[in-house]
Design a protein around this ligand. Structure first.
Ligand code: DGY
Length: 322
């Protein structure tokens, strides 16, 4: 019997892929570090049973409508806003994502970004590296405390809970806002539900972990930043389109908020000319939330395991359900 054919849109380590070659007929995009181009993706989608896609690939209705043999798309991310889910359903293409395996790693990065922004870690490291350190001084690169402050988590899913767990260890007061109440987090983590407005007004750290949807589109806008404390630090580790970037820039320049730590952007990758990068009170990372070696390997394996389950006629381990 023929093995199901799949196409992987990035060059992934052969050591991780090799064990799957017995079961799947695997082709990978050949250029390291570079994303697949749209026309190759379109072509390949028409030739295979399954795709492994990256969050930077657009899996459009056009692609899904023309890829007649395509049965599944395994997205190497917990987010899936790059995939037209309605069209996938219409075309009977199953979509899977990679929740759980990346929760703790993404929470680590979110917390690291919060600490780095509050304690000016990047500025301080550059200061030493650039040979600017001439004297010790009482307020040299003085940052802001994290411990015992109030964190407001917008999006209390798995990653939000894992960030709250870390916040608890720092004796923080935990507020959260979510589509629905998360009573488990309320009990286990002493997290208190707040309206979006209450959270903005009361938090010292406002942390966006909400997935991107039509409802969350630019929810962090001029009005939202104006409601925050002028000492507040804003962190975005979910999706860039949740934020009006011009409004964020203006709020930072006008000192309506103190600083921002950003891992995700409206359009990625950003260039060094991006306005946010002109500000010292911004820590900017290149969308590395789940990027540890262990977790990326687990994510790749989960994508391939999902495809195998589906091709065996079973339910995928982690199908996307809306
Ligand atoms: C995801 O998996 O959606 C994250 O954004 C990756 O860091």
């Amino acid at each position: 019997m023929n093995k199901p054919a799949i196409y992987i849109t990035r060059q992934l380590p052969e050591s991780v892929i090799a064990p799957y070659r017995n079961i799947l007929d695997i082709e990978m995009w050949s250029k390291s570090e570079q994303p697949v181009d749209a026309s190759t993706l379109m072509d390949k989608a028409q030739q295979v049973d399954g795709l492994v896609t990256m969050l930077s690939d657009q899996v459009s209705s056009e692609l899904l409508g023309t890829a007649k043999g395509l049965k599944a798309v395994a997205n190497l991310a917990v987010g899936f806003d790059n995939i037209d889910l309605t069209s996938a359903e219409e075309n009977e293409v199953v979509v899977t994502n990679t929740p759980d395996v990346l929760t703790e790693t993404t929470a680590d990065l979110t917390f690291a970004l919060m600490l780095a922004t509050a304690r000016r870690i990047v500025e301080a490291a550059d200061y030493v590296r650039n040979d600017e350190w001439k004297n010790w001084a009482p307020y040299l690169l003085a940052g802001t405390d994290v411990h015992h402050k109030t964190i407001g988590i917008v999006g209390m899913g798995r990653i939000g809970e894992a960030v709250a767990q870390r916040a608890k260890g720092f004796n923080m007061n935990i507020l959260y806002h979510n589509r629905s109440r998360n009573t488990e987090a309320e009990q286990a983590l002493q997290a208190n539900y707040a309206t979006f407005e209450e959270l903005l007004i009361e938090s010292d750290y406002v942390v966006c972990l909400a997935p991107y949807t039509e409802e969350t589109h630019e929810m962090f806008n001029t009005q939202a930043f104006q409601k925050m404390k002028d000492t507040a630090i804003f962190i975005n580790a979910s999706r860039g389109k949740n934020v009006d970037e011009e409004a964020l820039y203006d709020a930072l320049v006008a000192k309506e908020i103190k600083a921002a730590g950003v891992d995700v952007y409206r359009q990625e990758p950003i260039r060094a000319s991006h306005p946010l990068l002109s500000l010292d009170n911004v820590v900017a990372l290149p969308h590395i939330g789940s990027s540890s070696e262990e977790t990326r390997t687990a994510m790749i394996q989960l994508c391939l395991d999902n495809l195998i389950e589906l091709f065996n006629g079973n339910v995928a381990k982690t199908p996307v359900t809306e």
